[in-house]
Design a protein around this ligand. Structure first.
Ligand code: FAD
Length: 552
């Protein structure tokens, strides 16, 4: 396997350059930090040890939401900040962060009363400055049934209907990284920070890196380091010998995916389950996904298993509120499991621990940021880069104020969501005219926005294969060139999202897509077999479930 010229050039820069800032960790937090810092004039290098967004940032519920639940814990500041951030993140990428009205059915014996829900949703809207048609509406029983006919009727009292946003966390991460690169940052996946080098006065001067593609060790010189390694943040704090008693606690969350026709919801629904928790069921193109669980996790954060017990818990809760659908294990097409990197709080359960972020600053200058939400990534990035600004000021430097609120992400700009919908129609017409799977328009635009015509143009240059395969191959080739997609699994899982949301679309194009990677990276027959095996193993991992060991 050989690297592409783009990767080789970046590795050369890594080897030869002294950066202002090395950002370790290419999840949404690191991506946001890289964009914030680069757009404020710093010379930034972002490194990620696996693929971008391969940690928690591809395993969330994919909601850009204010966290209604946190109102219960009186986390007013958090709800206000993330609530307000929803509109900002929607504005900078409306094709990717889409309005999603949420239905909250109120049932007898449920945790939510009519009056308390009405007040909570009012406060929720008030804190986030929600206006106009987006303001919450309280529904009668009949109106709730009209909004969602599948909901259980005998115990239904009414409902709440309010505004949230849905995204693709991995794509949000990659578009932030590409936007950071447009502002001068450099980003590399499959490069792991393994250790630090220090000056005589014990400040970090370099990050020792392992290029997992070539096996090479590279010393990367830098003036500053921010670790945004989520669940792994304590690993690097330990390497830096700066661990304190404030540490990360991992809480596992599982989601399952069923075909849309098996749970044909009109809206996203946030509903009670019998143990007092709440679940989301969210329709998304050809499927509906359901989540999540919230249990302490002590295993390997790189391979978080979904057990039959997790799946059955989600199925049971869903069947209770939508009693006519009778979902079974056989309906589950795919799944994902992630861990929330929460800041540990003594005496609290996983569900009760705050979702607030925290910054740790060590004597060596290492800044680490963990906790928080996908929704709040932009503000988290601003806060930690502001903290870096203080270090710069102490050394006589000065950093510009952040302006990421006004930076459209790659894939845009769109004036508003109406323009996104009109654009989707235009793309469907283009695909139709080119005899290229017009039903893929919504998928392409929500993934790639205004970059879609580049993929269509590339597909038109391909003469072999079905229309679906030509389009998939063009998409994969474009992702290799534009999005540092190193392995086929990166495309299947995170660039295209097919592993989770469109499992049936993988097999018909797999061999052709593998051939695209084989050509770009000059695979040997053994490389090809190994990469095919990785994709097949991932399909098995997300769709076949073992029983939980007694001790999880
Ligand atoms: C089940 C679940 C549901 C959630 N739902 C939502 C939701 O709907 N909305 C919301 O706002 N938030 C949600 N969250 C929270 C949100 O997903 C996380 O807050 C966010 O993704 C954390 O991103 P991160 O970048 O900090 O961590 P990560 O995404 O885990 O990124 C850290 C990265 O660092 C890399 N790394 C680690 N060590 C090294 C090293 N030594 N060198 C190089 N790289 C390294 C890792 O490979 C990883 O990619 C959810 C979380 C979970 C688990």
């Amino acid at each position: 396997m050989k690297p592409t010229p783009t990767r080789s050039a970046k590795i050369e820069k890594l080897r030869s350059h002294t950066f202002d800032l090395v950002v370790i960790g290419g999840g949404i937090t690191g991506a946001g930090v890289a964009l914030d810092a680069a757009s404020r004039g710093l010379d930034v290098m972002l490194i990620e040890r696996n693929d971008f967004a391969s940690g928690t940032s591809s395993k969330s519920t994919k909601l850009i939401h204010g966290g209604l639940r946190y109102l219960k814990n009186l986390e007013i500041g958090l709800v206000r900040e993330v609530g307000q951030e929803r509109a900002v993140v929607h504005e900078i990428a409306p094709h990717l962060v889409r309005p999603e009205k949420m239905l909250l059915p109120l049932v007898e014996g449920g945790s939510l009363g009519k009056l308390s829900t009405s007040m909570a949703l009012w406060v929720y809207d008030f804190l986030a400055d929600v206006e106009g048609d987006d303001k919450r509406v309280m529904l009668t029983k009949e109106e709730t049934i009209a909004h969602e006919p599948l909901v259980r009727k005998d115990i239904l009292k009414g409902g709440g209907f309010y505004a949230e946003y849905r995204t693709d966390d991995a794509r949000l991460t990659i578009e932030n990284i590409k936007t950071a690169e447009k502002h001068g940052a450099t980003a590399l996946n499959y490069v792991e920070a393994t250790d630090f080098q220090y000056t005589e006065d014990k400040r970090i001067a370099a990050v020792i890196c392992h290029d997992r593609f070539s096996g090479e060790t590279i010393t990367v010189n830098t003036r500053h380091v921010i670790s945004s390694t989520g669940p792994w943040v304590d690993e690097l704090r330990t390497k830096d010998k700066s661990m304190t008693d404030r540490h990360v606690f991992l809480s596992k969350g599982v989601h399952i995916v069923v075909a849309r026709e098996r749970l044909p919801l009109q809206h996203a629904v946030y509903f009670d389950v019998e143990d007092g928790r709440m679940l989301f069921a969210i329709p998304r193109l050809r499927c509906t996904y359901i989540g999540t669980t919230d249990t302490p996790y002590k295993g390997d954060p790189n391979a978080i298993p979904t057990y039959v017990e997790d799946v059955n818990y989600l199925l049971k809760g869903t069947n209770a509120i939508f009693p006519t659908v009778n979902l079974t294990l056989a309906d589950v097409e795919s799944s994902w499991a992630g861990v929330r990197p929460l800041i540990y709080e003594e005496g609290k359960s996983a569900g009760e621990m705050s979702r607030k972020d925290e910054i740790f600053e060590s004597d060596s200058g290492l800044l680490s940021i963990a906790g928080g939400k996908l929704t709040g990534y932009r503000k988290m990035a601003e806060r930690v880069v502001d903290r870096l600004g203080k270090q710069l000021e102490e050394a006589g430097g000065k950093l510009k104020k952040t302006n990421t609120k006004n930076i459209d992400l790659t894939g845009g700009p769109f004036a508003d969501f109406a323009e996104v919908l009109a654009y989707e129609k235009e793309i469907a017409a283009q695909l139709e005219a080119a005899s290229l799977a017009p039903d893929r328009a919504a998928y392409l635009v929500s993934n790639y926005g205004k970059q879609t015509p580049e993929i269509i143009a590339a597909a038109l240059k391909r003469s072999e294969g079905t229309d679906v395969a030509r389009l998939a191959c063009a998409e994969a080739a474009w992702c290799i060139e534009q999005e540092l997609t190193l392995y086929p699994i990166d495309w299947v899982e995170r660039r295209s999202g097919r592993l989770y949301f469109d499992m049936p679309s993988i097999h018909p194009v797999l061999e052709e897509v593998l051939a695209v990677f084989a050509e770009a990276y000059q695979y040997t027959p053994d490389d090809l077999a190994a990469e095919r095996e990785k994709v097949l193993a991932a399909i098995q991992w997300v769709s076949e479930f073992s029983t939980a060991p007694t001790e999880q």
